[in-house]
Design a binder for this molecule. Structure first.
Ligand code: ATP
Ligand code: MG
Length: 477
């Protein structure tokens, strides 16, 4: 049940009793009153979800009470009951904010229908209120570095307007987070915020996702469906990864931005909407325009207010703060107790280039929390980032760029070969180093971990000239 407390207000005893009984049978908690004054006294003591309210009451008109209930955010839904069923009085009740009305005499089936409608409406209101307030009170953006402070300032400024914003930045920099923040700080915060991931929806469905479709407009369109632009009406739409849409859809999107109108797929009725548009891309859209893949006119329509989210390697000051917040989050999530980062782990985090930006950092830390021994410090090996004293700093993750920008280059055998693939021998060398660091340099244990004999390990250490390399401390205070 989306609600449980109902009050019935009618001066006719027979109506009151019948309705009360029907509602009690459905397990609602029911109160009743025969006058407006009595009803207000009861409402003053408890909060009700629904009122069945007679229009003509001995001490006044039910519509007056309806008006007084007005805009209270926790107000009950009101169903007016009228014995003088005129269209005007019904219209008037609805205009004053009634949820519905019934004309006396009514059947129990009519009440059932109203209850069902009211239940689902109340559920919707609750869900939407929850979604709107969830995470709304706080910014999710972590970062105090100079570039992030500038970014936050720009976000505050643009949030106060209804300008179209184009958010650019590499993968995982936090573009979606920035979009959420713009919405959170805007005057449209309580209006719909609808997101479309343009890269995730297949080419043949995306137009219908954007603009909806009419029943029977294509195979599978068994019912009419509103598109995201309609759902976002009077609110905000986020077009994530906008560069991914086809030229045909680009033309239609341009029309929505310029004329604020479109037709559903298979429909001929023109629908008008008023929607604030936020878009993100990790591509250089200007280059896409030059290459003829993105319409220039659309680019200018979107680029009214550009915001660039800096790469993590350009704001390394933020890494310790992000790392410590993520550590909190993931130790809680996995129920692990972790002491913190070892000194060398902290250094490795800052030295790494983070080609996958904050998302990569987040994933790295989650994995490290899982790998880390209970009550221990997170080591560079847990992070998959190992620094060596000879040959300079380097990174062990095969999928990452191998060398931190500010670190001296290693001897050269480390660079990925053709197509960014790391040679097999290099992978083996790194794997051995990783095992050694997991065992704090203990070769017997490392050999066991690698399922090879100590002799083979020794040979490989010689072969890869690992001898003499400083193995990072697993935990340092
Ligand atoms: N400044 C930040 N503070 C806290 N969390 C962040 C920050 N930036 C990014 N994140 C987190 O990193 C992850 C990636 O962020 P987001 O999805 O916003 O990036 P994106 O730029 O949209 O990535 P993509 O280009 O891959 O779509 C999310 O889980 C997000 O919460
Ligand atoms: Mg994104």
């Amino acid at each position: 049940m989306a609600f449980d407390k109902i009050i019935v207000v009618d001066d006719e005893l027979i109506i009151r009793k019948t309705l009360e009984q029907q509602l009690r049978n459905r397990r609602y908690a029911v109160a009743s009153a025969s006058t407006i004054a009595e009803c207000e006294a009861i409402m003053g003591k408890d909060q009700f979800d629904l009122i069945f309210l007679d229009v003509r009451l001995p001490d006044g008109d039910g519509t007056d009470l309806l008006e007084r209930i007005g805009d209270d955010p926790d107000k009950p839904m009101v169903v007016m009951m009228t014995g003088y069923g005129s269209v005007e009085s019904a219209v008037n009740c609805m205009r004053l904010g009634a949820f519905d009305y019934v004309i006396k005499p009514f059947s129990s089936d009519q009440i059932e229908v109203i209850l069902k409608k009211a239940e689902s409406f109340s559920q919707l209101v609750k869900v939407s209120r929850y979604l709107n307030t969830e995470g709304q009170s706080k910014s999710g953006i972590i970062g105090e570095s100079a570039p992030m402070q500038d970014l936050k300032k720009i976000i505050r400024k643009v949030a106060a307007t209804e300008a179209t914003v184009l958010i650019t930045g590499e993968n995982g920099t936090g573009k979606e987070l920035v979009a959420n923040e713009i919405h959170r700080l805007s005057s449209l915060v309580n209006a719909p915020f609808i997101r479309v991931n343009c890269a995730a929806i297949s080419e043949n469905l995306i137009e219908s996702e954007f603009f909806g479709h009419e029943k029977g407009s294509f195979t599978g369109a068994t019912q009419r469906r509103e598109g995201r632009f309609e759902l976002a009406n009077n609110g905000t739409i986020l077009l994530d990864e906008i560069s991914e849409i086809s030229p045909q859809l680009q033309a239609k999107l341009l029309r929505v931005l310029q004329e604020k109108e479109f037709e559903r797929v298979g429909g001929n009725k023109t629908i008008r909407v008023n929607v604030r548009v936020l878009a993100t891309t990790n591509r250089d859209l200007m280059k896409e325009v030059d290459a003829g893949r993105f319409r220039q006119d659309l680019f200018y329509r979107l680029n009214v207010f550009p915001i660039h989210v800096p790469a993590l390697r350009d704001r390394k000051d933020d890494i310790p703060l992000l790392a410590s917040r993520f550590l909190e989050v993931f130790t809680r999530k996995h129920g692990h107790s972790v002491k913190g980062y070892s000194k060398s782990a902290e250094e490795a985090l800052v030295a790494h280039d983070w080609p996958g930006n904050v998302r990569e950092l987040q994933n790295t830390i989650e994995r490290a929390v899982i790998l880390c021994d209970n009550n221990a410090y997170i080591t560079p090996a847990n992070l998959g980032l190992i620094r060596m004293s000879r040959g300079g700093a380097e990174v062990l993750e095969a999928q990452s760029k191998p060398v931190a920008a500010d670190a001296p280059m290693p001897s050269g055998d480390d660079t990925p070969g053709e197509g960014g693939v790391i040679p097999l021998e290099e992978v083996e060398r790194r794997h051995i180093l990783h095992a050694l660091s997991c065992t704090s340099g203990n070769r017997t244990q490392a050999a066991e971990l690698l399922s090879i004999s100590i002799r083979t390990l020794r040979n490989k250490i010689n072969q890869y000239r690992i001898e003499g390399i400083e193995i990072p401390e697993p935990a340092a205070k």
